[in-house]
Design a protein around this ligand. Structure first.
Ligand SMILES: [Zn+2]
Ligand SMILES: [Zn+2]
Ligand SMILES: [Zn+2]
Length: 286
């Protein structure tokens, strides 16, 4: 089995893993959705001795989202990076950002009972309400929306709750992006991004916790994230859009992604099973 490399969005943290891989699952729990800003988080497991951090240990910040579960991320760009915490002699690796095919079939959707209302599961994999049978771990209740006073739109927040916002404007576009930048930024199979106008987004708390990383060679691509927990947070771009990583939403925005873009760069180990239109790159119209 070949060695597969991977890195965060900025490239400061890099790692390599050697297969075989197994236990590829898509987790829909509220903490994974917030941590990744995505519809779900996909993790695959490999032997603990098959994982090697190549660089960037000093960049890694850990946020403990529930007792004993830390979610390490790159403090420069916000990408989630693998935890070296060992479970049954194995470690868990974000599967969407790998730079090679782990050659293992996805096993199941876990925490399907916590699924985002704007996301539909359309494949035929088994779905488990929480952990799959045989995993004896505590199940924590889903996170609740945190700002009861904000009532002019769908609320959103980061995993630690330090940053909160309201989506008060219309969604002008909503799509799933499979480009490698998005897969690295969200450490997920793809990003689900909602676009509104710049005045359609309002931070209600913790804007000072938001750190921005702009990719040097990109025209618009950036990632804004909470520096405490690493969750992707809304950002405003030079074109006048406000962009929400949909996994951070607490409430249903009332819209769903309408297409897949950059499927030419899709992870080959992920299969799209819905019938939304697919574009190899960026469609001409935003
Ligand atoms: Zn980074
Ligand atoms: Zn999860
Ligand atoms: Zn946070």
């Amino acid at each position: 089995m070949a060695t597969i490399q991977s890195s965060c969005l900025c490239g400061d943290v890099a790692w390599e893993v050697v297969g075989p891989f197994d236990l590829l699952t898509h987790c829909h729990c509220s903490r994974c959705r917030k941590s990744h800003g995505a519809a779900f988080a996909s993790y695959v497991m490999c032997g603990a001795d098959a994982f090697r951090l190549l660089r960037g240990r000093e960049r890694i910040v850990r946020y403990e989202s529930t007792p004993g579960l830390d979610r390490p991320f790159c403090s420069r760009c916000g990408s989630k990076v693998p935890s070296d915490r060992v479970w049954n002699e194995r470690v868990s690796i974000p599967a969407g950002m790998l730079e090679g095919d782990p050659q293992t079939e996805p096993l199941a959707h876990i925490f399907a009972g916590s699924k985002a209302p704007w996301h539909e599961v359309t494949d035929s994999l088994p779905q488990f309400e929480a952990f799959p049978p045989g995993v004896d771990a505590e199940v924590f209740p889903d996170l609740e929306a945190r700002d009861p006073s904000a009532d002019d739109g769908a609320r959103g927040s980061c995993l630690c709750g330090g940053v909160r916002y309201v989506l008060c404007g219309p969604a002008v576009r909503c799509h799933n992006c499979h480009c490698l930048r998005c897969r690295r930024a969200k450490s997920a199979m793809y990003a689900s991004n909602l676009f509104t106008f710049a005045n359609g987004l309002r931070f209600t708390r913790g804007k000072d916790l938001v750190t921005s990383y702009k990719l040097p060679d990109a025209e618009f691509f950036a990632q804004d994230f909470c520096r405490i927990c690493g969750s992707p947070m809304p950002r405003f771009d030079e074109r006048g859009f406000g962009i929400v990583s949909m996994g951070s939403l607490d409430d249903d925005p009332g819209v769903k992604p309408t297409r897949h873009i950059f499927v030419g760069s899709k992870a080959s180990w992920f299969t799209i099973t819905d019938d939304l239109p697919q574009f190899a790159e960026r469609p001409t119209q935003l």
